[in-house]
Design a binder for this molecule. Structure first.
Ligand SMILES: Nc1ncnc2c1ncn2[C@@H]1O[C@H](COP(=O)(O)OP(=O)(O)OP(=O)(O)O)[C@@H](O)[C@H]1O
Length: 275
């Protein structure tokens, strides 16, 4: 499969999916931390659509705004300007109670730190969001997920009795159990060895291909990004490139061109400081 590249670093005004089946979108998204001289503009006006039933990766240099974009999309952080819509609902107009409900019932999260409850078994951790929301556990779906992540024999173990890869698979199963509209994953393989990463990424991709899940994943790893249907590249809080059907090589090529632009900008800054 060949990659389709759209890249004009720093010149792409918007990256919006042509498909009508959009699970999450942002328009004119701006996020500024702090005020006055110390203000940092983490997102500088982003228009983006995430397609339903796809695995989308977000990449970019450190500090480019990846985590901020994901947190704003998931209602974990407030936005300075712009709109975020998840599965047809305007996140910006929600009060705290509605936001909490959205996160509990419509969103799934997988973080680099697995965030499992140490006193609960793997099975209890997986069903925890459903238990908190007082929703029934669909046993058929639960069994399918547990089988898919290969945890059937580990269900009664506590996190401390599981390897890092197994713990992350529990976190993955937990995110999937409630059948969320979309799963947001922030560096989900960041703490995993290569074999566990491969297993987790293959599972995430299967959850999309076989279960119809929609997943948005922030990653630094070109190998992880190659599991996605589409990769979006951020630089300085803007979307600057897009890749469909990515390969590790095509991802690396774009990352290289972005860091070349960064290096040139730094050199210009240094020259003007030195002048
Ligand atoms: N709570 C905060 N207060 C102030 N500035 C912040 C805060 N969170 C993020 N930033 C700044 O916003 C910018 C974007 O940060 P963000 O964490 O989104 O980048 P990132 O691409 O996810 O980086 P990394 O790859 O290093 O995790 C950075 O300049 C960062 O220092």
């Amino acid at each position: 499969m060949t990659s389709n590249v759209t890249t004009t670093p720093r010149e792409i005004p918007s990256l919006t999916a042509t498909s009508t089946s959009v699970i999450a979108s942002a328009r004119g998204l701006v996020k500024t931390y702090g005020t006055g001289d110390t203000a940092v503009q983490a997102l500088a006006g982003i228009d983006v659509d995430f397609a339903r039933g796809e695995l989308t990766a977000i990449m970019g240099p450190s500090g480019s705004g990846k985590s901020t974009l994901m947190h704003c999309m998931a209602g974990l952080d407030t936005v300075t300007a712009g709109t975020v819509v998840i599965d047809g609902e305007d996140v910006g107009s929600m009060n705290q109670r509605q936001l909490t409900r959205l996160r509990r019932t419509r969103l799934g999260f997988i973080f680099q730190a697995f965030n499992l409850v140490p006193t609960l078994t793997a099975a209890e951790n997986i069903t925890l969001p459903l238990d908190i929301a007082r929703r029934p556990v669909d046993r058929t779906h639960f069994d399918a997920i547990v089988a898919a992540v290969g945890l059937a024999k580990r269900l009664h173990h506590r996190p401390s009795e599981l390897s890092g890869g197994q713990q992350q698979r529990v976190a993955c199963a937990r995110a999937l159990a409630a059948r969320p509209a979309v799963i947001f994953a922030d560096e989900p393989t960041g703490n995993l060895d290569s074999k566990s990463s491969t297993e987790l990424l293959a599972f995430l991709r299967r959850s999309v291909d076989d279960l119809g899940q929609s997943v948005v994943m922030v990653t630094h790893d070109p190998r992880a990004a190659a599991y996605a249907h589409r990769v979006l590249f951020l630089a300085d809080g803007r979307l600057v490139a897009e890749l469909t059907n990515p390969t590790q090589a095509s991802v690396l090529e774009i990352l290289g061109s972005l860091s070349a632009v960064d290096d040139a900008a730094s050199a210009r800054e240094l020259t003007s400081v030195g002048a």
